[in-house]
Design a protein around this ligand. Sequence first.
Ligand code: SF4
Ligand code: SF4
Length: 555
Amino acid sequence: MSMFCFQCQETAKGKGCAVRGVCGKTDEVANLQDLLIYILKGISVYAGEAKEFGIQNERIGSFITKSLFSTITNVSFVPEDFEARIREAFEVREDIKKQLFEAYKAEKGRDYNKELPDECTWYSDDTSDFRVKGASTGILSIEDEDIRSLKELLTYGLKGIAAYVEHVYVLGEKNDEIFAFLTEALAATVDPDKTVDELIALVMRCGEVAVQAMALLDKANTGHYGHPEITEVNIGVRKNPGILISGHDLRDLEELLEQTRGTGIDVYTHGEMLPANSYPFFKKYDHFVGNYGNAWWQQKEEFEKFNGPILMTTNCLVPPEESYKARVYTTGLVAFPGCIHIEDRKPGEQKDFSVIIEHARRCKAPEELENGTISGGFAHEAVMGVADKIVEAVKKGKISRFVVMAGCDGRHKEREYYTKLARELPEDAVILTAGCAKYRYNKLDLGDIDGIPRVLDAGQCNDSYSLVVIARKLAEVFGADDINELPISYDIAWYEQKAVAVLLALLYLGAKGIRLGPTLPAFISPNVLKVLVEKFDIKPIGTVEEDLKAIMAGE
Ligand code: SF4
Ligand code: SF4
């Protein structure tokens, strides 16, 4: 069997994974994911037509959201999960088809007889057919390189939006407009008549909807857990056994903290869960100790040393080593063959983490990796709380530039660029960050400017929204017409599809001159790149020396 996937920054040779994913995804899973997306497109075609008859199918939004999220890099590695999801996709498709056909007949007085694409009709109840079909429906089935590039850019943006919307959904909120956009955009990728210009317009709308999704998630998170506060987060360990929680799902963290209260077991965050330490709600738990380790890609070494069980709530899961695999638990959409999966919560109940808690009781305390603290909690409310200080520092020339270094971390050696750049920025430059890119420099001693730390960490990758709120507020304060008039530069690192959504959001908000690294996406064709350069002045990163000079000169 063969596969093709180029959706993340670490794709093989910077071109595409064709035998097995660098991330550990097998060809089997890759092909099943391709088929799942194919059927989602068929569902979306029906949903688009059904909308014209006033039909709203409640099940579709949530199903498409979860399905898209499940195909993001480092989420699920289990073929059986995708088989089950494809079978469910057939049911969902049948359901909306039936509703559409009935409504059509009732209104037109005749049977529905329009020609439908294969995405709407292909079916098999034999799972071995799924793999074969998946292999022929993937990315390379689109021949035109620019159309393929735009459709994939759009699809990856949708995956990112789906991830953020799923977190909102978990907190009991939703937005039908966003669901509607997911189906509209997926259906558009099936339409053979869509022109390059129409697809570019859809990509831009994807950025707009990504902003909506991040704003909604910001509202849901802060509504439930309060506004992040400026916090010194402990990075050392205590002597109790611990549970390590990673990913982005704050509700899982809440329930884990509740269930471990009074058990003598400590809870630590890893990777993208670090910002949870800054939410006031979680500070009431004495056994919530701090953050352990670094970004996702260092988990092999760090999970080994943690000694206790690890709960992965969302991506990014790296295929675990046998030596600690029995300590890795997954939940939500994350799954890995052989790891115990914690089932979803039943209505009105919490997830049951008792098996992890029992496991922790048998474990040694974590081995210390480092000690001390790192600063966090510089989301929009907290930054606005010190806005006067910031404005004064800018006016007095003590802050000459803000450099947005948000995004992702990853394995590639080229990412040392970000550590070097952070270290070598002049002392009057302030870094605004969000996402796991921060681990490249958040433990450097970069000092502060009149009490304002030189690295302001807004939180998870979805909290990049906070950076935009901050930029807009600064523009208001300084009377600038748009954020590009401010002394702000963007040097963004990407890895997976949530970062694609964040990038499109920044473009929609008018950020110009973004440097993107460590390499440009393999799925961007030369012509699409030309458009991005012409419209937004996007550029690849260069050497640290060149970029440093250009950034400080406002280029
Ligand atoms: S997600 Fe990335 S590493 Fe994994 S198969 Fe796709 S391109 Fe390769
Ligand atoms: S910052 Fe990037 S790599 Fe890290 S979780 Fe977010 S999107 Fe994934």
